[in-house]
Ligand binder design. Structure first.
Ligand code: SF4
Length: 214
């Protein structure tokens, strides 16, 4: 299992209603609520962000395909909106996406481009099974770290960063085993193998230092 983003997206909010600062790999932007919902509209609201993701993914995927085909289609525009309805006790969200090629395209091109748009990565996420896993932490936890050593190398585990991706326990169960105490057995593999596995932790929860250089 590997996260799609090298570093997680980060968001934070203070007391100013409802200004959220979102940090992504190349900068920051604001998200907010509209005035009618008590915010100051300093940035897109969460629904708009969701639709922006779908719109941009659609446009990028179409552009890649059109360029690969060498078709002469210079501009594409997308409009997206959503509404919700209820069936029995289930909330159903309907997202409508309108794609405008702003110029003549053949019926054959249009049909292929519709197929490509429907297969863009964000469409697939939204139409597949989604599981949102939520963990809670506080600053006091941030100081917690546990250390395990074999004399040559020390593995440091910071529980608050562990997102339970399971990579360590599935790939090296002789060392990382949640059913054992301590859960890290430094005798279960060579120092080199342990270091290689620690480097695969996607969240930085596992780190190491060589004992000569603490
Ligand atoms: S320590 Fe790293 S690799 Fe292991 S479960 Fe936690 S996040 Fe995944």
């Amino acid at each position: 299992m590997k996260y799609m983003l090298e570093n997680p997206l980060e968001g934070s909010i203070g007391l100013v209603k409802y200004a959220c600062e979102i940090t992504w790999r190349n900068g920051k932007f604001m998200a907010d609520e509209p005035v009618k919902a008590g915010g100051a509209d300093t940035g897109p609201d969460p629904y708009t962000l969701l639709l922006s993701s779908l719109a941009s993914c659609t446009l990028i995927t179409l552009r890649m395909y059109i360029d690969r085909k060498g078709w002469d289609i210079a501009h594409i525009a997308v409009k997206a909106n959503l509404y919700q309805t209820k069936k029995d006790d289930t909330v159903i969200t309907i997202i409508d996406r309108d794609i405008n090629f702003l110029q003549e395209v053949t019926a054959e091109q249009r049909s292929k481009l519709l197929e490509i748009a429907e297969a863009c990565p964000i469409s697939k996420i939204l139409q597949g099974d989604i599981l949102v896993r939520t963990y809670t932490y506080n600053d006091a936890d941030a100081e917690k770290q546990l250390k395990y050593t074999n004399g040559q190398v020390t593995v440091v585990w910071k529980p608050e960063f562990c997102k339970h991706s399971g990579r360590c326990v599935t790939q090296m169960p002789t060392v990382f085993n949640l059913n054992e105490r301590p859960w890290v057995n430094m005798q279960g593999a060579t120092t080199e193998e342990i270091i290689a596995q620690v480097n695969k932790c996607p969240t930085g929860a596992l780190r190491f230092f060589e004992n000569s250089t603490p």
